[in-house]
Design a protein around this ligand. Structure first.
Ligand SMILES: Cc1cc2nc3c(=O)[nH]c(=O)nc-3n(C[C@H](O)[C@H](O)[C@H](O)COP(=O)(O)O)c2cc1C
Length: 332
């Protein structure tokens, strides 16, 4: 019998950092790439229309060093989604992910995001058009269901239609979305998590890659999930506690030794300096580092110092170094 948790067991599993609006921008992804060299990084959701009719280059801005990186798209129009996918492919993204999970009012009013779970045939049409247009993988991120239409049967029906149209990887946020009366943040906390339905999905669709998302915040839990799932997607816990993300990457892929913490920090500081030279404000980068010293003495003073000084005009790398000096890292 194979012992659960031996290193080799996880090397073919997929670790993803979730798409998070206003959080996983290119500075955040650069940081995550350093601490989790094996993770698939997802962009924030970009609406297909904005890519087709707006400043696509700016919206799709990313660096080669971020790869593998997945562009998440929002929308419900097969043609626009296919054209936006093409632009993303040409811009060097490794995969496309269609958002079928966002419950926000704005997205709901636009008739995309989570409410598309009620329209599996339309989603299938979108996916087919996207798959016919690009050669990179087209994947889906969905919920268990929406409102009163959240049964396992409906979920399986959705995955059935959409996989036949060409999607081979599904990220499932293991709770339903409630489209009226809850904010997006409440929709990430109030509907209960149900991993069993996702496990059943993997059993019923063994040839699809099924990635579990939602509430994963400790390594032991992740290891248990990876006994049946093809991968995990981590959102808030990765952002708020980068040490957890680093530990996961090390646990799942121990064959590659990571640079030590100080060396990673030095590399990110070099990145910040080059971005500062190009006119990026310090705060735009340091705002993603608030969880850097999670749990260490002085972490609060570090955050307070950054909140106060990194926003100031002309704040440079010395501001960040002074903030770091507030932390007692001997306890790390
Ligand atoms: C600030 C924030 C922004 C988010 N933006 C997106 C988004 O753009 N697209 C998306 O599919 N999910 C978005 N999500 C949901 C996450 O991708 C993820 O599904 C959710 O947080 C559950 O995972 P977790 O429990 O590991 O955080 C967002 C979550 C947060 C906290």
């Amino acid at each position: 019998m194979q012992v659960i948790g031996t290193p080799q067991e996880f090397t073919d599993k997929i670790l993803c950092v979730a798409p998070m609006m206003a959080w996983t921008d290119r500075h955040c992804r650069t940081f995550h790439r350093l601490i989790a060299p094996h993770a698939w990084l997802y962009t924030e959701m970009v609406v297909a229309d904005a890519i087709c009719f707006g400043r696509a280059h700016r919206l799709l801005e990313h660096g080669e060093h971020e790869r593998p990186v997945v562009q998440q798209l929002g929308g419900n129009d097969p043609y626009l989604l296919s054209q936006a996918s093409l632009v993303a492919e040409k811009n060097g993204f490794d995969a496309i992910n269609l958002n079928v999970g966002c419950p926000s009012d704005r997205v709901h009013q636009g008739a995309f995001g989570a409410c598309l779970m009620l329209q599996p045939k339309l989603v299938a049409e979108c996916i087919k058009r996207m798959c016919d247009t690009v050669s990179i993988p087209v994947t889906v991120k969905c919920r268990l269901g929406v409102d009163d239409h959240a049964s396992y049967g409906k979920l399986a029906e959705f995955v059935g239609y959409v996989s036949e149209a060409g999607a081979r990887l599904f990220v499932v946020h293991a709770r339903k979305a409630i489209l009226t009366g809850l904010s997006p943040a409440q929709n990430r906390a109030i509907p209960p998590l149900d991993y069993d339905q996702v496990e059943q999905l993997k059993a019923d669709f063994p040839s699809l890659a099924i990635i579990l998302n939602g509430g994963l915040n400790d390594t032991q839990k992740v290891k248990q999930v990876l006994e049946w799932a093809d991968g995990v997607m981590i959102g808030r816990a990765a952002y708020q506690n980068p040490g957890f993300l680093r530990e996961l990457d090390l646990t799942l892929y121990p064959e590659k030794q990571l640079d030590n913490f100080q060396s990673l920090l030095n590399q990110y500081m070099a990145y910040m300096e080059s971005e500062l030279d190009q006119g990026v404000r310090l705060h735009e980068m340091t705002r993603h580092l608030f969880g850097l010293f999670h749990g260490l003495p002085g972490a609060r003073q570090y955050r307070r110092y950054l909140s106060e000084y990194a926003l100031l005009k002309g704040a440079g790398i010395d501001t960040f170094i002074r903030a770091c000096a507030k932390v007692d890292r001997r306890a790390a």
